[in-house]
Unconditional design. Structure first.
Length: 448
């Protein structure tokens, strides 16, 4: 009854998500996140119960933009979300790291609030000085796929005497490890060959080449087609000089921000929609990977629960066997002195038992009494001591044999079984439903 109630509650939550106006992809990622973090039946808590550390999937992908000063990173973000959130200009406007994400209303969060919103970025505190230059810009924009994206706008990199109040290269590389996509913007004005930018790109490319995408920004300002080709060749040549970057085939689409107020005569192809497609493709991959990871984590938790229950059953069997062995040794330890005591009363058994019982007992103790009669009286104390030693030996063997292993309590065992059943009856069917919803939004239902 409780399981049926839980399933119905989950169905009600999904309906509620539809009413909020969220897109299907938003609902899928939010639902997966809730499956992990649910207070009563969260997969993270289930994993902890069996010694497995799980991480909840993020509700949005993280896209980090890097490049030299005035490469157009902030301008692109403003264009994508259709809001002037980030400052733009020729001067160095972005000195810190800005997280741009969607929300209910326009708001700016300081460093502490940013780390509270993104606890998985707390490790940035280990980089001295960087926390003072963190902020989050929340915008209610519904443009494009912004509701599923968190942009990370990084400081514009420059060479020369310009110094940063923190290790900017180290901070960018660390954030690159956390990002789902890394966009590298090169501008055609000459700053594209900034040594600091190339160094950071080389470090990131060594570990995350599949996540990195290169773009020639402000391509409409590069002059003629020959000038653009010249700039691109210079950038590619500079990149190929680096050992970590000379083994790849570069693709560098030309992009620029379309502006109706400024009409430029240019034949440059604007491939900015390719950037949007790259973001959308990353979102789709993230949804698929999240659903696949959910299935994998369910398998892991279920296997560990099964192994823990099986281990507990094996312990109980061993405990039962130990109890039997210990009891047998204890019985032997008690029988020997008991027979000795009864044999000493062999002539007076009728005082302790009725005639029939006394005869039966006498038949058992008679062999022992005969053996005892063969022992000279001078050696009785030796016999008593030997009997005591043998009895103590049996008691020690009983103690050692009856050593018990700790087992799960009934409550703990029932809790594990409930977790296993919940994964089987609720989470797995929910994952199948989410996958079906995702696929039905892409292809016709008849093909699923």
């Amino acid at each position: 009854m409780m399981k049926r109630k839980t399933v119905n509650a989950r169905a009600a939550e999904l309906d509620l998500g539809n009413e909020t106006g969220q897109s299907l992809n938003e609902r899928i990622l939010a639902e997966c996140h809730k499956i992990y973090t649910d207070k009563e039946h969260g997969l993270i808590d289930m994993g902890k119960a069996v010694g497995l550390q799980l991480m909840a999937p993020r509700k949005k992908i993280v896209v980090m933009l890097i490049g030299n000063h005035s490469a157009g990173k902030s301008t692109f973000i403003n264009w994508y979300i259709e809001e002037n959130v980030q400052k733009t200009g020729v001067a160095i406007e972005t000195q810190g790291f800005s997280f741009i994400t969607s929300g209910k209303k326009r708001e700016t969060l300081t460093a502490k609030a940013t780390l509270h919103l993104y606890p998985h970025f707390r490790a940035l505190e280990k980089i001295k000085g960087v926390v003072d230059y963190l902020n989050t810009e929340i915008c209610p924009s519904k443009s494009k796929k912004f509701s599923l994206v968190t942009f990370v706008d990084t400081p514009g990199l420059v060479d020369g005497d310009v110094s940063y109040p923190y290790d900017v290269d180290k901070a960018i590389v660390w954030l690159g490890n956390m990002a789902d996509q890394i966009f590298v913007f090169f501008d055609p004005i000459g700053q594209a060959l900034c040594r600091r930018s190339i160094n950071v790109v080389e470090k990131l490319y060594a570990s995350h080449s599949e996540r990195m995408h290169f773009f020639l920004s402000k391509a409409d300002e590069a002059g003629s087609e020959a000038d653009r080709q010249k700039v691109m060749m210079q950038i590619v040549q500079e990149l190929c000089k680096r050992q970590g970057l000379n083994k790849c085939l570069f693709e560098m689409p030309t992009i620029y921000i379309p502006d109706e107020k400024i009409i430029r005569q240019t034949k440059c192809e604007n491939q900015i929609e390719l950037v949007c497609q790259t973001i959308e493709k990353a979102i789709n991959y993230t949804i698929q990977n999240t659903l696949n990871a959910l299935e994998k984590d369910c398998d892991q938790v279920t296997e560990l629960i099964h192994a823990k229950i099986e281990d507990d059953n094996a312990k109980r069997k061993r405990n039962l066997s130990s109890t039997f062995k210990g009891g047998s040794w204890l019985l032997l330890a008690l029988v020997l002195p008991f027979i000795a005591i009864l044999s000493s009363f062999s002539n007076n058994l009728t005082m302790l038992f009725d005639n029939h019982t006394a005869k039966t007992v006498h038949s058992y103790v008679y062999p022992f009494k005969n053996i005892w009669n063969f022992i000279p009286k001078d050696y009785y104390w030796h016999a008593y001591l030997s009997m005591a030693v043998v009895t103590m030996l049996f008691l020690v063997l009983a103690r050692l044999s009856a050593k018990m292993e700790s087992c799960l309590s009934r409550k703990e065992l029932r809790s594990l079984e409930d977790k296993r059943d919940y994964i089987r009856d609720v989470i797995r069917p929910r994952k199948v439903q989410l996958y079906s919803s995702y696929l039905s939004d892409i292809i016709s239902g008849a093909e699923i």
